[in-house]
Every structure is written in C-alpha cells, then in structure tokens.
Design a protein around this ligand. Structure first.
Ligand SMILES: C[S@@+](CC[C@H](N)C(=O)[O-])C[C@H]1O[C@@H](n2cnc3c(N)ncnc32)[C@H](O)[C@@H]1O
Length: 490
C-alpha cells in the first residue's frame, strides 16, 4: 500500500517541474569558508552559514546603502555581514534568538562589570547546599575540596564523576560518591512546557526521559541549579544583564541529559556536546555541572566576554529597530515576525536567505531548550511555533509548499523586477527539494543558477545535502525570467 508521502511524491513527479536536483551545478569548491569570528560561535544553532562567503555574495550583488532582506535570519549572519559592509539589513525570524543576538551585540558593555557580576553569582551558587552536596568532592590526589565537572550516568545512575582539581591540576575520573539526583526544592521558577505537544517527541521518549514536562530534559539537581542561576541573572539591574543571559543560553543545553558520552578512548573526560539536531533520550549520558558550564560560558574561549570583544573588532557600532518605520534612521531592522506577513515597508535590492530545510531540522521545537527561558527572561521574546514553516506531524508538506510560496511571492513583490533571491538549501530528502521546487515554480520565479560549495565545517556533518554529502552548501540564485542571474562570478 502507498503511504501518504508516496502519493504526494507521485503527484510531484507527474507535474512538469524543473527539477532542482537535476539542474546543472556550477562547482565553486574553491570558495573557502574562513574561520568563524568568535561572535558567531557563542550560540549553538544548526546550519550556520559561512560568513565570508555570505558577505561576498552580498557585496557582489549590492552597493553601499542597499537594503538586504533575509526572511529566515537564524543567527543573524545576514544582519551582521551587511552591517560590516555598509548595507542595510532587514531580517526576520519567528525564533526570538535572532532578536536577542541583534540586541545583544548592539550594546557596549562594561566587561569588568560582567566579570564581577558573574563571579558573584558563581560564588553564591557554590555555597548552596545543593551544590556542595552534588558537585564538590575531595581530590583523590591532593585531598583538597574541588568541583566535580560532570557525572557519567548509566540508566539514570551517576556511576562515575570527573574533575580537574583546582589545586593540583589532576584530571581524574572515578566512581561517583554522590550518586543521588535529589533536588533542593529552591522555591524558584522552573520552565513549563508539555513536551507531548512537540511533534518530534513520542511517548517512548517521554517515558525514557522521565516525564512530560520539559524540566525532565535535565536532572532534578541541574534544573534547580539552573533556576537558581536564572533567578540571579533576572535580578541584575544594569545592561550587563543581557550578556549574562547570553552566557546562560550558551550552556543550558549542555547541562541536559541529551549530551552523549565520549568514548573513554578519546581521553576527553571533561567534555561532551549535544551534537545531533534532535531530541535525544539516551541510556547513558553526561550530566554536566551547570555552574562550571556557566563559568566557561562567561570566561571561556568562546564565552560571552570573548564574543563581545570579537564583536567590537569585527563590527562597527550599530543602531537597530524592530519597526520597519524606523528603517531610514537606523542601521538595520530585525523583526520577530512570521515572514509570511512581511509584505511592505521597504524595498530590498537583494534577498539572501537560508530557509527551513523541509523536515530536516525542527528548529522551533529544538530551540525550546533556550526559548522557554528566554521568553520568561523578557516577554518581548515571545515564541509562536504554529507559524513556523516546517514539515513535521503537525505541519504537512502541502503547508510547507504553500507557505514557502507565500514568502517567495512576498519577496518578489518587495524586490525590484531584476532583483534576486539567493538562497542555500540543505536536505538529503528528495521530497524536501521537490517541495522547494514547487514553491519556486508556484511563485512564478526561476532558478537562474545553482552553485555547489564544498565547505570545511566538520560540525555541520549532520545537515544533509541532496547527494548525501553532509558538509556542503548549495546556493540557488532565483529571480524573474531575466537571465542575467550570475550568483557568483569569481
Ligand atoms: C535554516 S534556518 C536558518 C539558519 C541560519 N542560516 C543561521 O545562520 O543561523 C531557518 C530559519 O527559518 C526560521 N523560520 C521558520 N519559519 C519561519 C517563519 N514563518 N517566519 C520567519 N522565520 C521562520 C526558523 O526559525 C529558522 O531560524
């Protein structure tokens, strides 16, 4: 029997569409991504684009002062790269992380103040009974009290812990002494979200993770300590508050139960990652110390302080607004908005974007790990997942095509007749490519050029591409039927 998808597939195949898959590819594998400046490393997100190539494309297709529009802005690379070269970005995303980043980097902070506030919060957290009972041990080499960095948890039991002794410097993994996961019962706000509502979560996940509420992504003691940190950040009265919230967002996912253990052979007992873009209920995982993670997120190599210093050298100071009416008076606009509704108020010379890749990555749902905190931090960061353009159990492929068509038509309406839409697309599902194909066709637009750029981002190996090559990007130049669509002339 044919599944729904097969039937749909057949429908597409019968339709006489120009197949993106079969389209001639201009190979520009000589385009090399440069090392990402630290300002782009702070926040985890999937499918971050190569900033220098993005900038090159903007530069080649616009002149100074031109307006550049990105309806799916993600971590706001279009915003920052446009600012860097004197173009005026208008970017939109329904994910509030975009607005948070643009606001964060628009401000000049007092770095010493950030350090001082962070040190005070960390010191306070470290004197709580919960911390002392959960994350402090006696170094087996020098016999002084030191912080446990993490537990290796097997079937909910923290069997081993690791630390780097702050006195003698020894890195030790040994049988865990504090095997309980008891919470402290601090009377603090904890996030509430029924994970049963999320399409990427099934009943076996909920059973394995221990319950429906999103707090179950963390152990009890970690959720208590995170709530403690969050409450302390919320109390900050100065502008440095945003910088400390950024540190919180940098690490909160790394303290969930979704962090896989590295093999013992790798000899990296102090590190883990949430590498795969999916919710994971693992049999064994690393439970990381949230306070140590927070410390790293402030003072570490890619921590907030380094991100802010990098912003200072990489970008000019900019002013932004969240209202298109201000476009003439600011350097850029960021909209926390459904792009289907962005239809007037500006005239971009170029649209450059990295749209949702069909079903490949569930951006909205995965981002709840951050956004449940962010929207409580400040209600301006509201989340509305219903508006997301995506394919999953709740959003059909038909709705994806319809909605992508709507956004493309809006872009067409906004652009000058010879304006171009340049987009990347990553998916190893034929279905996703065909959905995009249809949306382009239904918008009465043409793919003028397709280029392939093999990139060097090992971290993006899970973002699939049409030919199964993970680490690559396809760029499409799309426009009206005017065949001067040179996306990239080296
Ligand atoms: C592939 S990601 C872009 C990632 C980006 N390249 C980066 O560097 O971070 C697609 C983005 O589209 C956003 N999105 C999905 N539906 C949307 C909608 N209706 N309106 C605006 N943004 C939407 C998602 O939140 C996600 O950030």
């Amino acid at each position: 029997m044919r599944s729904q998808d097969d039937v749909y597939f057949a429908k597409v195949k019968n339709d006489d569409i120009v197949s993106l898959k079969d389209m001639k590819i201009t190979d520009v594998s000589n385009l090399k991504e440069e090392t990402r400046p630290t300002l782009y490393r702070g926040l985890k997100y999937w499918g971050k684009k190569p900033h220098n190539i993005w900038r090159d494309i903007i530069k080649k297709n616009t002149v100074e002062g031109d307006v550049v529009y990105d309806p799916f802005a993600g971590t706001a690379i279009t915003f920052f790269e446009s600012i860097k070269i004197g173009r005026k970005p208008v970017v939109a995303d329904i994910n509030p992380l975009t607005l948070f980043l643009v606001k964060l980097y628009s401000i000049d902070y007092d770095i010493d103040k950030i350090k001082q506030i962070a040190l005070n919060i960390i010191a306070k957290a470290k004197t709580t009974d919960l911390y002392l009972n959960s994350f402090v041990t006696t170094c087996s080499r020098c016999h002084k009290k030191t912080d446990i960095y993490n537990y290796r948890v097997f079937d909910t039991i923290p069997e081993e812990h690791s630390y780097k002794c702050k006195f003698c410097g020894a890195t030790i993994t040994e049988k865990a002494q504090y095997a309980n996961c008891k919470s402290n019962g601090f009377n603090l706000w904890k996030p509430i979200l029924d994970m049963g509502q999320l399409s990427s979560i099934n009943t076996s996940f909920i059973k394995k993770i221990g319950g429906k509420n999103i707090t179950k992504l963390w152990t009890d003691r970690n959720i208590e300590l995170l709530s403690f940190l969050f409450a302390e950040i919320k109390k900050i009265k100065t502008k440095e508050k945003d910088a400390l919230m950024f540190a919180f967002l940098q690490m909160v996912h790394l303290t969930t139960k979704m962090c896989a253990l590295r093999s013992k052979k790798s000899n990296r007992p102090l590190s883990t990652s949430w590498g795969r873009p999916a919710f994971l209920a693992l049999n064994s995982y690393m439970e990381q110390n949230p306070i140590i993670q927070f410390e790293r997120a402030v003072f570490g190599k890619n921590g907030v302080i380094e991100c802010l210093l990098s912003r200072k050298t990489y970008l000019p100071q900019y002013r932004f607004s969240t209202d298109l009416k201000d476009l003439n008076n600011v350097d850029g606009v960021v909209l926390l908005k459904d792009s289907k509704t962005v239809v007037k108020g500006f005239k971009p010379q170029l649209v450059i974007t990295d749209p949702p890749y069909g079903s490949t990555i569930q951006y909205g749902e995965l981002s709840e790990v951050w956004n449940i905190w962010l929207q409580k931090y400040d209600p301006i960061y509201k989340v509305n997942l219903d508006k997301e353009i995506i394919i999953n159990n709740k959003h059909s492929i038909e709705s994806y095509i319809k909605n992508m068509t709507k956004v493309l038509l809006n872009c067409k309406l906004l652009l000058y007749p010879d304006g171009k839409i340049i987009m990347t697309f990553n998916s190893n599902s034929d279905r996703d490519w065909e959905a995009l194909d249809l949306a382009i066709k239904q918008s009465d637009l043409k793919v003028l050029q397709k280029i392939y750029q093999k990139n060097c981002r090992s971290s993006e190996a899970n973002v699939g591409a049409i030919d199964g090559i993970g680490i690559s990007d396809f760029y499409l130049s799309i426009g009206n039927d005017i065949d001067d669509g040179v996306l990239y002339a080296a």
